[in-house]
Design a protein around this ligand. Structure first.
Ligand code: ZN
Length: 147
């Protein structure tokens, strides 16, 4: 990853951690779940409201490091309009991006701001920070699927 890109990604993460989008409780919501990352002390609660089989809105409350907050914030901007299945697929994409051995092909234009988190690959101890909100999201979506 070149230097310019790395800097741009860092700015995106800083921006989201300082001014998180959708940082509030969602009431009413159809699902909520908490996540805790003991390695870093990050805590997150993710809220989703599903309507007619799609995510209408998602939000979070959290405290922790810049990466965990930025990841949660970026996540909430990506979910509106997705089905639970599509959201699970997106979560799997993120896990792969962060843990696959080969360098992921990911860029801002194609993948949006989530690409900014790709740099976390280089810091294995921080991967849990970046995936915390996504795991909580998957829990929040469970139990809200059609019977
Ligand atoms: Zn963290």
């Amino acid at each position: 990853m070149d230097e310019y890109l790395e800097q741009l990604y860092q700015e995106i993460i800083l921006d989201h951690s300082k001014r998180p989008r959708h940082e509030r409780e969602l009431d009413p919501c159809t699902g909520r779940a908490e996540g805790y990352n003991p390695l870093c002390g990050d805590k997150v609660t993710v809220f989703v409201r599903e309507e007619e089989g799609k995510i209408a809105e998602a939000s979070f409350l959290g405290e922790g490091c810049a990466i965990s907050r930025a990841s949660a914030s970026i996540m909430t901007t990506l979910l509106a309009g997705l089905t639970a299945e599509q959201a699970h697929a997106k979560a799997r994409e993120i896990y792969e991006m962060l843990t696959k051995a080969e360098e992921p092909r990911i860029d801002l234009a194609e993948n949006g701001e989530i690409a900014a988190l790709a740099g976390v690959r280089k810091f294995p101890a921080r991967i849990k920070c970046a995936t915390l909100a996504w795991h909580a999201l998957e829990d929040a979506l469970h139990g809200t699927e059609a019977p």
